[in-house]
Write a protein that binds this ligand. Structure first.
Ligand code: NAD
Length: 289
């Protein structure tokens, strides 16, 4: 049994911790005390501070809102980590942040895996997340059985800790760009008198296929449910981080700049708490001259 610490017990970190509790001793910390109490009631050991959640454990998981918070928590706790332990950052962060975190913790003999996840709160609850792991291969192999307690697909995507976060940002950009393009195609088709469901069926059977045509439109947009559980605020964060990643590589992502503007406008109009699938309503409104 491995001793595990988890910091960040929100929509993702909470259910991930529930799965970890099945096979491991888990110490938990969150600024929100009620989240700590909930998991303590299910068998986790509550920590009073972030440093208490990293001390004396073999593997520490972070599931925190932003790269800045990840870095601040690591700076605050660095001296409390056990020598030889591993930090796994499950948050959606930037490769450069993960690189700095890895450098800082290397001084304390702590290995870092950057391991962002995909699959949302429902995947976290079902234990079927996908994880994109960057970092040393031997450390990855040793940690794999723990990932498998909450994930069904685990990919080792590169030997640098930041590689996992790079893949995550590229994936989320691609997913949202596909969603916007699908929204424009469906809204235009509808305005020309075509049926939305028929359009999405045809796209999904043809070369226009993507995760919007296969899942987001049939399940959330066409039934007007708009309850996928991923907010426009989080989507805007991911696209902003994608742009920062491009800039950090001295690259100019042309379509990325357009997508960045559009997600900002959609958020301003629909509200940050709105489900990201409501970006369709924004696109549809822009189409009306
Ligand atoms: P969340 O806001 O539900 O949870 C974050 C938790 O971190 C909260 O409980 C908050 O109290 C805690 N926290 C914030 N600052 C802290 C600090 N300094 N110390 C300790 N705890 C602190 O967010 P979430 O949806 O669980 O997302 C977590 C990460 O996973 C984010 O990076 C997000 O981008 C990523 N992610 C989210 C989804 C999703 O669909 N929600 C999907 C994939 C990846």
């Amino acid at each position: 049994m491995v001793a595990v610490g988890v910091i960040g017990l929100g929509q993702m970190g909470g259910p991930i911790t529930e799965h970890l509790l099945t096979d491991h001793d888990v110490t938990v910390f969150d600024l929100d005390r009620s989240a700590v109490d909930r998991l303590a009631a299910d068998g986790a050991t509550p920590a009073e501070t972030a440093a208490d959640a990293v001390a004396g454990v073999d593997v520490v998981f972070l599931s925190l809102p932003t790269p800045d918070i990840v870095e601040a928590v690591v700076e605050e706790t660095a001296t409390a980590f056990d020598s030889g332990s591993v930090l796994v950052d499950l948050s959606t962060s930037t490769p450069s942040t993960t690189g700095r975190v890895a450098e800082l913790l290397a001084d304390h003999d702590v290995d870092v895996l950057g391991a962002p996840v995909s699959g949302g709160p429902s995947g976290a609850e079902a234990g079927t997340l996908s994880v994109m792991v960057g970092g040393d291969e031997a450390v990855y192999e040793a940690t794999l059985p723990i990932f498998e307690s909450f994930a069904s697909d685990v990919f080792h995507v590169g030997d640098q800790p930041g590689h996992g976060h790079a893949v995550k940002l590229l994936n989320n950009y691609l997913s949202f760009a596909g969603f916007l393009a699908t929204s424009e195609a469906v809204a235009l088709g509808r305005s020309a008198g075509l049926d939305g469901e028929t359009l999405v069926d045809v796209f999904s059977a043809g070369s226009g296929r993507n995760s919007a045509t296969e899942q987001k439109f049939p399940e959330y947009v066409l039934p007007e449910a708009y309850d996928m559980g991923f907010s426009l605020e989080l989507m805007e964060k991911d696209i902003r981080l994608f742009q920062e990643f491009a800039e950090a590589n001295d690259a100019s992502a042309l379509l990325g700049g357009v997508v960045r503007n559009l997600v900002g406008y959609a958020r301003a109009q629909q509200g940050g708490d709105a489900d990201m699938t409501r970006a369709y309503e924004f696109v549809e409104r822009q189409m009306t001259r």
